[in-house]
Ligand binder design. Structure first.
Ligand code: ZN
Ligand code: ZN
Length: 350
C-alpha cells in the first residue's frame, strides 16, 4: 500500500510503500476512496499548537512523533475483514468514524471514547487516510452513507461532526436563541449547513473575508458580519435584539474568542472549537455578572456521528463545496490550506 507520510514535522510529506496489512481480530481493511484535508492536519504536520506567551504544546510531548500518516476524514470500500469482524461485508461503502479510544477503559465502556487517555484516533495515533488503504479497529466505526456523494461523505467525519457537536453544545433551544458562528472555513461552513437542523434562531456568520461571508450567505446563513469592522459587535446586538444566546469560535484566536464573548447576552455560551492558538485575558467580573459559559468542544461522539449521517442521508444537509485532488498533491493542498486558499473542503483521492 501507498501512504503519504509525515517524515519530519513541517517538511513535505513523502510517499512510502509497504505491505498492505491483513486485518486481525475485529479489524476491517478499507480501500480509501477519498480523504479530506483538515485544518488540524496542519498542526499535526507542523507538530505544535501555540499556547500564547511564547509557549507551545508540541505533539511529540503528547506521543505523536513522525513517521506517521495523517488523514482522519476517510471514506472507502470494505476490502477485507478480520476473523472476528462483524457488521459489514466486502464491497460495502462506508465513512470511517476516526475518534477512537482504547475500547477497554472506563470512559470507553461508557461510550465516551473522546475522553479516553489512550486514543487510537485514525490519522493521528493510528495510520490515516493519506493512503490507499486504512485499517479500522472495528466495524462499529464504519457508517453507511447511501445517497450522499462519496467526496462529501468523508467531510462529515470531522468538519461536519465537529460543527454538529458544537451546535448542540450551544444550548440554543427556541427561535429567540440566535447563534453567532465565527469563521466560515471548512468547519464554520459545515455549521451553517447543519445549523437549521439544530438551531431555530438566526445563524449569524462572522468572518473577516468577504468571499467567505458571501459563501456563508449562499449556504444558508441568515446574516453575516465582518468581525474586524469597528461596529461588528453593535451590529450583532442589533440583529439579535440585545445579544446572541451563543457564539461558536471556529478560529480560536484571542480576537475571535473575545468577539464571541462580547456578542453574548446574559447567560450566553461561548463554544470554543478552533485551534489557531495563543492566549487571552478575561475581565473576571463579567463572567458572574453576565452569567457567561465558556466550553470547549472537540470533534464529536460516535452517537453524534450517527445523527450527522442520518441527517445527511435524509437530504437535510445542503452540501458544502468540495474539490478533489490526487493524493500525490497532498503537500500542495496542505500549503493552500495554510495560506487560506481553500474554500470549503478539499479531498485527496488515491
Ligand atoms: Zn479534522
Ligand atoms: Zn479508553
Amino acid at each position: 500500500m501507498l501512504s503519504y507520510q509525515v517524515i519530519e514535522n513541517g517538511a513535505p510529506l513523502e510517499p512510502r510503500e509497504r505491505e498492505t496489512p491483513a486485518p486481525e481480530g475485529t479489524e476491517v481493511l478499507v480501500r480509501v476512496a477519498a480523504c479530506g484535508v483538515c485544518h488540524s492536519d496542519l498542526h499535526l504536520w507542523e507538530g505544535e499548537y501555540l499556547l500564547g506567551d511564547g509557549k507551545k504544546l508540541t505533539l511529540a510531548d503528547r506521543g505523536i512523533k513522525p513517521p506517521f500518516t495523517m488523514g482522519h476524514e476517510v471514506v472507502g470500500v470494505v476490502e477485507a475483514l478480520g476473523p472476528d469482524a462483524e457488521g459489514v461485508e466486502v464491497g460495502d461503502k462506508r465513512v470511517v468514524y476516526p475518534w477512537i479510544g482504547c475500547g477497554s477503559c472506563d470512559v470507553c465502556r461508557r461510550d465516551r471514547e473522546l475522553e479516553c487517555l489512550n486514543q487510537r484516533t485514525i490519522g493521528v495515533r493510528w495510520p490515516g487516510g493519506y493512503a490507499d488503504h486504512v485499517v479500522v479497529p472495528d466495524a462499529k466505526y464504519l457508517i453507511d452513507y447511501t445517497g450522499v456523494p462519496t467526496e462529501l461523505a468523508c467531510t462529515y467525519a470531522c468538519s461536519g461532526l465537529t460543527a454538529y457537536s458544537a451546535l448542540k453544545k450551544t444550548g440554543a433551544e427556541t427561535a429567540a436563541d440566535d447563534v453567532v458562528l465565527i469563521g466560515a472555513g471548512g468547519v464554520g461552513l459545515s455549521a451553517v449547513v447543519f445549523g437549521k437542523s439544530v438551531v431555530e434562531g438566526k445563524l449569524i456568520v462572522a468572518d473577516v473575508d468577504a468571499t467567505k461571508r458571501s459563501l456563508a450567505r449562499q449556504s444558508g446563513a441568515d446574516e453575516t458580519v465582518d468581525n474586524a469592522a469597528p461596529d461588528a459587535i453593535a451590529k450583532v446586538k442589533e440583529i439579535t435584539g440585545g445579544g446572541a444566546a451563543a457564539a461558536i469560535d471556529f478560529v480560536g484566536r484571542p480576537e475571535t474568542a473575545r468577539f464571541g464573548l462580547n456578542v453574548l447576552r446574559k447567560g450566553g455560551t461561548l463554544v470554543s472549537v478552533g485551534l489557531y492558538g495563543d492566549a487571552m485575558s478575561l475581565p473576571m467580573v463579567m463572567m458572574p455578572l453576565m452569567m457567561l459559559n465558556i466550553r470547549g468542544s472537540y470533534v464529536g461522539t460516535l452517537q453524534e456521528m450517527h445523527e450527522v449521517m442520518e441527517l445527511a442521508r435524509a437530504g437535510k444537509v445542503p452540501p458544502i463545496p468540495v474539490a478533489s485532488r490526487p493524493l500525490a498533491d497532498a503537500n500542495a493542498v496542505l500549503n493552500d490550506l495554510r495560506d487560506g486558499q481553500i474554500l470549503g473542503r478539499t479531498v485527496l483521492k488515491p
